[in-house]
Design a protein around this ligand. Structure first.
Ligand code: AHR
Length: 508
């Protein structure tokens, strides 16, 4: 039976801007993300530019990726950038201890990454090494990347074929310092972040937005310690001398760490549990943001959710250290739930990076290791459908009437998730029906501005486990949605069970 909910949206009362950077990405030297995913090498039969796969680049360009985080993750604190510059044949090799214990030949390094960013039209977010690197090494990397004169590192870059300095707007001061990035306690890392951050300098016109390695999940003590140690309320320097962003990592899985759940084979109860876990991002963002508010009431420091997404057991037969998993309609809804929260907290969440872009965890693209065939995942389509939210102004959505919920693990899971934004004379409304059992009709009570035209797109499938493969690439792909009509209050939208709908409005 279909039931009705009303979503009140004041089109003329926009809130803060939703930074396009919440649609950021993450590419680590992990499994087949870089090697085989982005990078095939110049001699490959797969069409490439300087070794970078052009089919992957072309597909990702439709997402308008705003920034790309690299080289890790855990790999970042093992990575020594000097090993990845200069002639490829001379580059030293290393062991990628975190991810499969494989030998890394460093053929994809700084220049290749910057070329990839250029091809994607994405801004680089480079993550430095605190765990096993030196202050000097980090400082010199930034000099190498961004300095324009004849300084030692700028000259070295020129020797390696790049005359002009690059722009590097985002730089991470280590990663997961509480774990793979050095197993530090918060106070120790805070001191190191101050030290390392001091030497991450602005060269020429390049202004670096420094991101300190933040908390895992609900480690509020970590956030509090970092904010206290780094923001220096009441002293003469501004809160953002040492850093401008503080990260947060949160992954969605249903089982314990050792057995996180299967990517494609799950029960309805596991589906709802997944949605419950995904919705927890709201509690986490709210909690960390509240602590940040105490030390940074002006909200000058961004909460950077630079690792998020689903983490399932690896696909059978694949290297357990490569974190390769399929991606279903369930994953797409995990993404829509996250974006609704990032939109709602637009005044604090300055950036977010899904883990990861190709072939690892909740990927946009899966490539076949043998044939090279490329598949766009359901999550890819959410990113594409949401490009209209990039740098748009948030519009609060007030839900009223019949608000569907379901009890999961002893508390209520909201089965309807929504957000909206406006840019100029347009608006975009996102509606997720998380109910796997039934459709829902939502009335959009649109106030403040007249709507001159509307259209809707639907991402759904008859089966919540539906996913795309080389054989059936469009099992989950957006279609024009005809279940939308005018209503006395604005519009009326039908949401099939377990579906995502975007409504585009032209405003008079
Ligand atoms: O994204 C995979 C890994 O998850 C990252 O390398 C690490 O930072 C996190 O634990």
């Amino acid at each position: 039976m279909s039931t009705t909910t009303t979503a009140v949206i004041n089109l003329d009362v926009p809130g803060p801007t939703i930074s396009r950077h919440v649609y950021g990405h993450f590419a680590e030297h992990l499994g087949r993300c870089i090697y085989g995913g982005f990078w095939v090498g110049e001699d490959s039969d797969i069409p490439n530019e300087g070794g970078i796969r052009l089919d992957v680049v072309e597909a990702l360009r439709a997402l308008s990726i705003p920034n790309l985080r690299w080289p890790g993750g855990c790999f970042a604190d093992d990575y020594h950038w000097r090993d990845g510059v200069g002639p490829r044949e001379d580059r030293p090799r290393m062991v990628n201890s975190h991810w499969g214990d494989v030998v890394e030949d460093n053929s994809f390094g700084t220049h290749e990454f910057m070329k990839l960013c250029e091809l994607l039209g994405a801004e680089p977010y480079v993550n430095g090494n605190v765990g096993s690197g030196t202050v000097r090494e980090m400082s010199e990397w930034v000099e190498y990347l961004t300095r324009g004169d004849d300084s030692p590192m700028a000259s070295l870059r020129r020797e390696h074929g790049q005359d002009e300095p690059w722009k590097v707007p985002f730089f991470g001061i280590g990663n997961e310092a509480w774990g793979c990035g050095g197993n530090m306690d918060a106070q120790h890392y805070a001191s190191l972040a101050r030290q390392y951050g001091t030497y991450v300098r602005n060269h020429g016109e390049n202004q670096v937005y420094k991101i300190a390695a933040g908390a895992n999940v609900d480690d509020y003590t970590w956030t509090e310690t970092l904010m206290k140690a780094l923001s220096c309320l009441g002293c003469s320097r501004t809160p953002n001398n040492f850093f401008q962003g503080l990260s947060l990592h949160y992954y969605t899985h249903t089982g314990p760490w050792e057995d996180k759940g299967d990517a494609t084979s799950f029960t309805r109860e596991e589906y709802y549990l997944t949605m419950k876990r995904a919705a927890r991002i709201e509690e986490l963002v709210r909690g960390h943001a509240a602590i940040m508010d105490c030390y940074d009431p002006e909200r000058t420091v961004g909460l950077i959710v630079d690792e998020w997404g689903t983490w399932w057991n690896v696909e059978e037969g694949t290297n357990p250290g490569f974190l390769y998993q399929q991606n279903t309609l369930r994953d797409a809804l995990v993404a829509t739930v996250h974006f609704d929260v990032f939109h709602a907290f637009a005044d604090r969440v300055a950036m977010a990076n899904i883990a990861q872009t190709v072939n690892v965890l909740q990927a946009m693209i899966l490539t076949d290791p043998d044939s090279g065939a490329l598949v766009l995942t359901p999550t890819y389509h959410v990113f594409e459908m949401n490009t209209g939210h990039h740098d748009a102004q948030q519009l609060p959505v007030h839900l009223k009437g019949d608000l569907p919920t379901r009890e999961v693990e002893g508390s209520a899971l909201n089965l309807l998730s929504a957000s909206a934004s406006t840019k100029g004379d347009t608006a975009l409304v996102s509606l997720s029906n998380l109910d796997a059992e039934g459709p829902r009709t939502v009335v959009l009570d649109l106030r403040g501005r007249a709507v001159s035209a509307f259209s809707a797109r639907l991402l759904g499938a008859s089966d919540i486990q539906a996913h795309n493969t080389p054989e059936v690439p469009d099992a989950v792909a957006p279609v024009l949605h005809t279940g939308i009509r005018t209503h006395a209050l604005g519009l009326e939208v039908d949401l099939p069970a377990h579906s995502y709908v975007t409504v585009s409005l032209e405003l008079a």
